[in-house]
Design a protein around this ligand. Structure first.
Ligand SMILES: [Zn+2]
Length: 464
């Protein structure tokens, strides 16, 4: 009888352990931390039925609109290219405000950089996020359903996380792409009413953009004293831009997500280090349809880690900002240079340098020249020749080799162990005991995503 009791208690113990393992397997996110913007709208589980490989997938279920993710802070070597990949599948993913910046994606939590973003219902596909660690020694990587400026509902499954370290390409030649959109046809809110605005560039406008790009290629060599050079291609996209983004300070503008579907195939084909989008948009002269707050260029934005600028043709045929004229404007390519410098300014700050603000020329005694604008300021800014308190300040001189990270940086890459998951049941059990030990430590689940800072700045230029 005693022996029988002992057997029963063994069986109960084994069943209890199995039950514990099953529960653990369903909710264990290994070294990932879960976080949500609003509680009670998200369920995190491991899924053994919808999965990509033999490992259970990581499922985020947003039962209502939310921004949620699981993330890991990993150690990185400064100034090194990294590539994170994973497989993703989504089901019925919808965004609350219909913004394309929400959905399932990989996110660099501090900088706001993201991989491609997936919505709707899709089969398994690969997501990639490439970045330079800059001056960081650790980086938080999130696998996310939602976004900084959007919330999403639906299901997302993530699997097969990989991380690779690559090699920097230290040359100073920047490949640029300029996408010219001759047409916009958008519904926008003007004075509280939804209005359709349709505008077109003339052939002459298109030629003007092309002429200025060609001038820009020559002048950047001169202005930088050959510290950098550019190559560029222009693409004329005949489909109209149909959505615009909005920013309180600048008004309507074209963000990466507004043109993603038109330009991404070109960017997958060739590695570009900077992107311009040129289009016509109305301004004050247009009366009712004031769309922008008087800017002609916008910069400091990014498109999947690549610097991204707007070049706007004002809807005023008398505006001479892009026209060369020896009496009034000998530097019509200024906007191209100015917006690109915002990207270098942002990069320098992200590398941890203290630099003057690009807009602070007056503070350092520079004035806008009547014919060549701020050319002297840009030259001193790029060459670190601005006099300040007995020293010279400006962009760090190695900024010209810190270009965006591309697939070619990983030709000879090193696979890293970080983000690796337990491969078999023994490792799962080992991980379980490690976790039980940790339960007694403070755990910071449900970190408030509202607090995660958004690092996106957009700089607008006043039209002359
Ligand atoms: Zn600016």
């Amino acid at each position: 009888m005693k022996k029988f009791k002992k057997i029963i208690s063994y069986i109960i113990m084994i069943i209890a352990i199995i039950a514990l393992i099953i529960v653990y397997k369903k909710y264990n996110f290994n070294d990932f931390e879960k976080s949500v913007r609003e509680s009670d709208k998200t369920i995190f589980t491991r899924d053994s039925s919808v999965k990509y490989s033999k490992m259970d997938s990581y499922k985020i279920e947003n039962t209502d609109y939310n921004d949620s993710m699981f993330s890991q802070t990993i150690s990185v070597i400064p100034n090194t290219p990294y590539k994170i990949t994973c497989m993703v599948k989504v089901e019925n993913v919808e965004n609350k405000n219909n913004k394309t910046s929400g959905g399932a994606h990989i996110s660099l939590v501090e900088t706001g950089e993201t991989s491609k973003i997936v919505n709707g219902t899709t089969d398994w596909e690969q997501l990639t996020l490439m970045f330079d660690s800059k001056n960081q020694t650790s980086i938080e990587i999130g696998f996310r359903l939602g976004g900084y400026e959007e919330t999403s509902k639906g299901n997302a499954w993530f699997s097969d996380f990989k991380i690779e370290a690559g090699y920097a390409n230290n040359n100073n030649k920047w490949n640029m792409a300029c996408f010219i959109f001759p047409k916009i046809n958008v519904n926008v809110e003007v004075d509280g009413k939804i209005q359709n605005v349709s505008l077109e560039m003339t052939d002459n406008d298109i030629r003007t953009v092309q002429t200025n790009l060609s001038r820009f290629k020559t002048s950047i060599n001169q202005i930088s004293n050959n510290k950098m050079s550019i190559e560029y291609e222009t693409y004329i996209i005949n489909e109209p831009i149909t959505t615009l983004s909005y920013d309180k300070e600048n008004g309507y503008y074209v963000s990466a997500s507004d043109v993603y579907k038109y330009i991404n195939s070109y960017l997958e084909e060739k590695e570009y280090d900077h992107i311009y989008v040129a289009f016509r948009m109305a301004d004050k002269q247009k009366g009712n349809s004031i769309l922008v707050n008087d800017w002609i260029g916008l910069g400091g934005m990014d498109y999947l880690g690549i610097g991204f600028s707007n070049i706007r043709m004002p809807d005023d045929r008398n505006n001479m900002v892009y026209e060369y004229n020896y009496k009034i404007n000998t530097f019509p390519e200024e906007v191209f240079l100015h917006e690109f410098l915002h990207t270098l300014e942002r990069n320098a700050k992200e590398y941890g340098y203290e630099i003057p603000e690009l807009h602070d020329y007056e503070k350092y005694g520079y004035k806008e020249d009547t014919t060549e604008g701020l050319k002297q300021w840009y030259s001193d800014y790029m060459n670190k020749e601005i006099d300040y308190n007995g020293t010279k300040i400006g962009l760090p001189q190695d900024i010209y080799i810190h270009k965006p990270i591309h697939e070619s940086n990983f030709k000879y890459s090193k696979k890293l162990d970080t983000l690796k998951e337990p491969g078999n049941i023994i490792e799962v059990i080992k991980g379980m005991f490690k976790k039980i030990g940790k339960i007694f430590e403070y755990s910071k689940n449900n970190l408030n995503l509202e607090e995660a800072k958004q690092n996106i700045t957009i700089e607008g230029e006043t039209a002359k």
